[in-house]
Design a protein around this ligand. Structure first.
Ligand code: ATP
Ligand code: MG
Length: 454
């Protein structure tokens, strides 16, 4: 677990110095091991396997600088702090260049040493944490290319695996960037059609007047500019899967023709009179509520029912922020490869900000923000300053919002206060508040109704 005490190796040839440090470090809760010179220090580094080494510079046998070099060659991540009585800028510069974490002068300023150790301690904890997450990623912390182990995502994985094998149509819904296209590709990859093509058409990205020929193809001379025969997406998707992305943006006039194609399983190119049989599984995606699109007259009801054999509704990221550390680590790994960087992880404060943010752009936004941060970070850690300002300034969770005054409050009042403050912390996300409180969403809804709050 993360609570294992941090082990510190102190190397100094002066017995009195060792004793003082031992006393202080023990007081601060560290696990201590002492060595009287560089050689002994080197041996102990192997047997004791310390998390941190604090070493004097001038010592008989192996000097502190030599020890630093040796230990860094073995484990470049282990922080080493050098201390010396003969303060010299050259030595300090040299030590930092060789990878020393810090450099302190004797007599030691214990307040400063304590602070340095606190920083180092946090890094060690984070390193342990990110190592744990990486192991989790290696074991497969998701499904196909999906990352995430939260309950709502596990439900999505179950649903996708059970509907993939069939040939039924699916409507995939979810806010922008929640992984709708990823879901469509996953369904295709898991289906019997996986060897066939996956073709996607984005109804929002194609001008209305070109949509029909894009989808169904056209014959030579079908319209001005149709200088050659062109097959459409439907034909190209033959024996595979066809994704109608942004289905609610599909020109309404074209929707009856689409419905006909789905029912007859055959297409006729624009300007042609021959029907081509196509064997295609059709998936549709939308970031609108499809029933609302039907009511708004953007999506024909008959087409909606034809497509909506199954619905996969991807949850927004803010409803599964428990997945953020895993997603972040997986993106960091990807960008380390892409940019040849060596980012280890996010600092605690950074992760707090990421978890508190509401993510209107969902996973895509998280991915973009981390790519930017990984480039800015340069070193091992993503700090809050590497995040865009609008994210840093978004309201942080109120500290202590959950402490209730224990006296003079009825249980019902305390419950109300707890529910409301949890809702504030979750940006009024009832599902997340319910999860944090271990309650049913329905219970929360009923309570709110009882409080007269909608
Ligand atoms: N759970 C996830 N794990 C890993 N990557 C994800 C996950 N969800 C989404 N992504 C990644 O986020 C990005 C956006 O996903 P995708 O394009 O599938 O979203 P979308 O819902 O289709 O978005 P839009 O509404 O803007 O079309 C992609 O890079 C995708 O790989
Ligand atoms: Mg998409």
């Amino acid at each position: 677990m993360n609570n294992r005490p941090i082990k510190v190796l102190v190397v100094d040839d002066e017995a009195a110095m060792r004793e003082v440090l031992e006393m202080r470090l023990q007081e601060w809760g560290f696990d201590i091991c002492l060595a009287g010179d560089g050689l002994e220090g080197k041996a102990m580094a192997e047997s004791f396997d310390p998390d941190i080494v604090i070493s004097d510079v001038i010592m008989p046998q192996l000097s502190g600088m030599e020890l630093l070099r040796d230990l860094k060659a073995g484990d470049p991540d282990r922080p080493i702090i050098l201390m010396t009585a003969q303060a010299s800028i050259d030595l300090a510069v040299d030590a930092m260049k060789q990878g020393a974490q810090d450099y302190v002068t004797k007599p030691i300023d214990y307040t400063k040493l304590r602070e340095t150790l606190k920083d180092v301690e946090q890094e060690i904890e984070l390193r342990r944490e990110s190592r744990k997450i990486r192991t989790q990623l290696d074991r497969g912390a998701g499904f196909g290319d999906f990352i995430g182990t939260s309950k709502p995502m596990r439900e999505i994985y179950d649903l996708i695996s059970s509907i993939s094998a069939s040939d039924a149509s699916v409507i995939i819904t979810g806010e922008s960037g929640t992984g709708k296209e990823l879901a469509a590709r996953t369904i295709h990859n898991l289906s019997l059609r996986s060897k066939g093509p996956f073709v996607a058409i984005n109804a929002a990205a194609i001008p209305e007047n070109l949509m029909e020929s894009e989808m169904f193809g056209h014959e030579k001379g079908a319209f001005t500019g149709a200088t050659a025969m062109q097959t459409g997406c439907f034909e190209r998707a033959n024996r595979g899967t066809f994704l109608l992305d942004e289905i609610a943006e599909m020109p309404i006039a074209l929707q009856p023709k689409l419905l006909r194609v789905l029912e007859n399983r055959s297409v006729r190119r624009v300007g042609g009179n021959q029907e081509f049989i196509v064997d295609v599984r059709v998936l549709a995606a939308t970031n609108r509520e499809p029933r609302e699109a039907v009511e708004a007259g953007k999506l024909r009801e008959d087409l909606f029912y034809r497509l909506n054999v199954f619905t996969v509704a991807l949850p927004p990221l803010r409803e599964r922020n428990a997945d953020i550390p895993l997603l972040a680590q997986s993106f960091i790994r990807e960008f380390n490869q892409k940019h040849k960087s060596h980012v280890e992880s996010c600092k605690n404060e950074t992760m707090e900000i990421l978890k508190a943010y509401s993510w209107p752009g969902n996973v895509r936004e998280l991915r973009n923000i981390l790519e930017r941060a990984a480039i800015l970070a340069k070193g091992a850690w993503i700090e809050p300053s590497h995040l865009p300002p609008y994210l840093r300034n978004s309201p942080a969770p109120e500290k202590g919002a959950r402490t209730l005054s224990p006296q003079g409050v009825t249980a019902a009042e305390a419950e109300k206060e707890l529910i409301l403050s949890t809702l504030r912390l979750t940006n009024n996300n009832k599902a997340e508040a319910a999860r944090q409180l271990g309650l049913d969403v329905k219970t929360i809804r009923n309570k709110l109704k009882a409080y007269g709050i909608s």
